[in-house]
Design a protein around this ligand. Structure first.
Ligand code: SF4
Ligand code: SF4
Ligand code: SF4
Length: 178
């Protein structure tokens, strides 16, 4: 069964924000609304410091707390395990925003809650999501985890990786290559 996932190479990302602006343009996001964002964390003790730059977004969790918290069924699992919001069913109550451990959602000015869709309008046709296709350092990859030949499966087999906040039990499907 198809299980869409994304990998993000923390060793390649330069924090250029191209993925952020590609997403805004592709998905016609409102002013102040973002489906992905860049974080930088610093590790170590001076003078032995290193930093990690990450492009983050909704993790399309296997056990998505946002879906279980949604009282109207607007937040739901779709094709390939992708978590979507049906804007027509969303009342803007924000229960999903409170439930998400990753702060991946925002309120659209039109009153519904919005977040990353894994660009399902593109990925279901075999195209990469906009953020993946724009990345100048090829830090991002997208594909079907259940397909042994997929780029994400091959990267995860070859590289050390982690997910964010695995202790929440949400079951994230965005993997950070380290
Ligand atoms: Fe990093 Fe690529 Fe996004 Fe630039 S476009 S911030 S290199 S993930
Ligand atoms: Fe839901 Fe947040 Fe998981 Fe995305 S990251 S599926 S919004 S709980
Ligand atoms: Fe935005 Fe699509 Fe990338 Fe999600 S997959 S962050 S919706 S460009």
């Amino acid at each position: 069964m198809t299980r869409y996932a994304m990998t993000m190479d923390t060793r390649r990302c330069v924090g250029c924000n191209a993925c952020v602006y590609a997403c805004k343009q592709e998905n016609d996001l409102p002013v102040g609304g973002f489906r992905d964002w860049i974080t930088t964390t610093t590790r170590g003790v001076f003078p032995d410091l290193s930093s990690e730059i990450r492009s983050e977004r909704c993790n399309h969790c296997d056990n998505a707390p946002c879906v279980y918290a949604c009282p109207t069924g607007a937040s739901h699992f779709n094709e390939g395990g992708v978590v979507l919001v049906n804007h027509d069913k969303c009342t803007g109550c924000k229960a999903c925003i409170a439930a998400c451990p990753y702060d991946a959602r925002y309120v659209h000015p039109d009153g519904f809650v919005d977040k990353c869709t894994f660009c399902l309008h593109r990925s279901s046709k075999g195209l990469d999501p906009a953020c993946v296709s724009i990345c100048p350092t090829e830090s991002l990859a997208f594909g079907d985890l259940s397909d042994k030949r997929s780029v994400v499966r091959r990267l995860l087999d070859a590289r050390n990786h982690k997910t964010l906040r695995p202790e929440t039990g949400a079951g994230p499907n965005v993997y950070f290559l380290t």
